[in-house]
Ligand binder design. Structure first.
Ligand code: ATP
Ligand code: MG
Length: 568
């Protein structure tokens, strides 16, 4: 798959699927082959989220990749909380991550780990490096360390502490661990090469002091390992064979390998990078998502406009649609900005097949059938899904008073309009052909009621011989109708790439939620949170899943019937 931008043309979808994961699988195949690095071994991957926020659709891509590779190679995939940074990590996030990945349909068996479980081992590997004269305690200030790191064109400057005796570093590091020093007083650095072309190799900091309590280890550790030191050790301790991560770690791979090869870790994992997923009209950085939540700009991490798994789920996305999406975007090393409509089309395909149909009038106006008996109600049996009669049917009540969509009537019809206007006939789906005979308006000229007459020969909606009725509309019987709140969403941002705006908060779409007071057929009363439906002619909707919303019928629009995203 060459250009990701073109991914959304589904014509070559099958090819994409065949090609997806290709370069990673090629590496793995080489590694498993005779004389390969992992000849005869079980492929073992891991998904390592930092529990400092909810997972988003980008993480879903990484989840599907890691668990997918394990499935494909009959291997294993661990879930590991990468909780080496005490600030902003939280137990609630851990629970949510677990529940989101299970919901996506993946399982790690009993291989659920925390990086913080390895703090002792990491500490010992750091001591090993000091003893080998490959690490030293540096008392320079953070500012000095930064300044002396050099640039892409100039080498760095060696620290005055670089050649201090091994014994001295050992003792200071032990005292750091004992909690004797303030945050920032000193750090442990790997002793590699201050003139390395790769700045990550210029004596990177591998341990720092922080007295912030940790959500699992409390105040036991006043020092914390840096990501680049901790990650290869975590992978090696879990006997990960392939450590898949995003492109920004490509320049860190030499350091990953250095730590792996210079400590006595029990295995030698291989890091492979792939591109981050981006989606238009949203942001994906956890920091920004967190701000949206904390500043009340959205209704929580699970706001249906959020790109989080929880938000997509509440909006009505299914695990299948997200997995298909992740497969469809494929795995590449090039920039990966995907149109929102590609995400939507995966959901639409799933719901078109799997969601039952219902009649809901989103913007109701009354239609009175003047020649229909006053006290009569009849019932029309309607299939739940036009293509699958085995999914059953329900009885729709019909009477003299109905709700129809406001825009299914026009006083002055525009060209090609073939729904209701005085003198025109329309099919009330599954019921009768009616002819529009009149209407009422209020003092502002707004239509308050529409009148029509029905033709009882057309029962079931079948026109008379030779009669052509072009328009078909849906309806809901008035006295049995239920109130339903329909929430219609637009993208949360007004521009395709909010990260490019000076401040992403300036391009928030303040008009991204519209609430409609709709009328629906009675059968929707007996529905569950997260049940999906096609509201006929109106789109796919999913019942809201917030516990506090279950006493009302609240439905979130999940996706439209057609791709309207790129219209206008
Ligand atoms: P952020 O920068 O938004 O905080 P992160 O990468 O730090 O995200 P982690 O919790 O560390 O978040 O991510 C866990 C895993 O998910 C990592 O392996 C990371 O590479 C992967 N990942 C994160 N974002 C994306 C993305 N947009 N596309 C693909 N994979 C991603
Ligand atoms: Mg990260």
């Amino acid at each position: 798959m060459a250009e990701n931008k073109n991914n959304i043309t589904l014509a070559d979808d099958e090819e994409n699927v065949l090609e997806s994961n290709n370069f990673i699988e090629k590496f793995i195949d080489e590694d498993l082959a005779k004389d390969g690095q992992f000849e005869g071994m079980t492929v073992h991957t891991r998904f390592p989220p930092e529990p400092n926020g909810y997972l988003h659709i980008g993480h879903a891509k990484a989840v599907c990749l890691n668990f997918g590779i394990a499935e494909k190679y009959n291997g294993l995939c661990n879930l590991r909380m990468d909780d080496t940074n005490p600030v902003s990590e939280d137990k609630d996030f851990v629970d949510q991550i677990v529940s989101d990945i299970h919901w996506l349909g993946f399982d790690w068996g009993d291989r659920f780990y925390y990086a913080s479980d390895y703090f002792q081992e990491m500490y010992e590997f750091a001591i090993e490096l000091i003893k080998k004269d490959m690490a030293y305690v540096d008392e320079s200030s953070a500012e000095t360390i930064r300044q002396n790191r050099g640039t892409l064109t100039e080498p760095g400057i060696e620290s005055e502490y670089r050649y201090r005796p091994i014994e001295e570093s050992l003792e200071l590091f032990e005292r750091m661990r004992a909690g004797e020093f303030e945050d920032g007083a000193m750090v442990l650095r790997a002793k590699i090469d201050m003139s390395a072309g790769n700045i990550n190799m210029r004596d990177p900091v591998i341990y720092r002091i922080s007295h912030t309590p940790h959500h699992r280890t409390g105040t036991e550790w006043p020092i914390y390992p840096m990501y680049d030191f901790a990650h290869p050790i975590e992978d090696a301790l879990e006997h990960i064979t392939h450590s898949l991560c995003t492109m920004e770690f490509e320049d860190h791979r030499p350091l990953y390998n250095w730590v792996r090869d210079n400590t006595s870790v029990p295995s030698k994992p291989r890091q492979i990078e792939f591109s981050r997923l981006g989606i238009e009209y949203t942001v994906m950085s956890k920091r920004k998502l967190r701000q949206l939540v904390e500043e009340g700009l959205v209704d929580g991490w699970d706001d249906p406009r959020m790109p989080t798994i929880a938000g997509l789920r509440r909006r009505g996305f299914t695990p299948t649609s997200i997995r298909n999406f992740a497969e469809g975007v494929g795995i590449t090393k090039s920039q990966n900005m995907i149109e929102y409509s590609f995400l939507e089309s995966n959901l639409r395909d799933d719901l078109n097949e799997n969601a039952d149909r219902r009649f809901v009038v989103l913007d109701p106006v009354e239609l009175e059938i003047t020649n229909y008996p006053d006290d009569k109600t009849e019932y029309f049996s309607v299939d739940n899904h036009p293509d699958f009669p085995e999914r059953g049917s329900r009885d729709l009540p019909f009477s003299k008073h109905l709700w129809i969509e406001r825009d299914d009537f026009m006083i002055e019809p525009v060209k090609k309009y073939n729904r209701l206007y005085v003198g025109n006939k329309v099919r009330l789906r599954e019921a009768y052909i009616v002819e529009c005979t009149g209407f009422d308006t209020d003092e502002n000229g707004n239509v308050t009621k529409v009148y029509g007459t029905y033709d009882d020969v057309t029962k079931g909606g079948k026109a008379r011989e030779g009669e052509k009725v072009r328009g078909t509309i849906h309806w809901v019987e008035k006295t049995t109708a239920l109130d339903l709140e329909a929430r219609i969403y637009k993208p949360l941002f007004t521009v395709p790439n909010p990260d490019e705006a000076e401040n992403y908060k300036d391009v928030i779409n303040t008009d991204s939620l519209e609430i409609l007071q709709a009328k629906c057929e009675p059968s929707l009363l007996n529905t569950q949170a997260e049940e999906h439906f096609q509201f006929m002619r109106k789109g796919y909707f999913t019942r809201d899943n917030r516990p506090e919303n279950q006493n009302k019928l609240i439905f979130n629009q999940s996706v439209g019937l057609k791709d309207t995203f790129n219209r206008k």
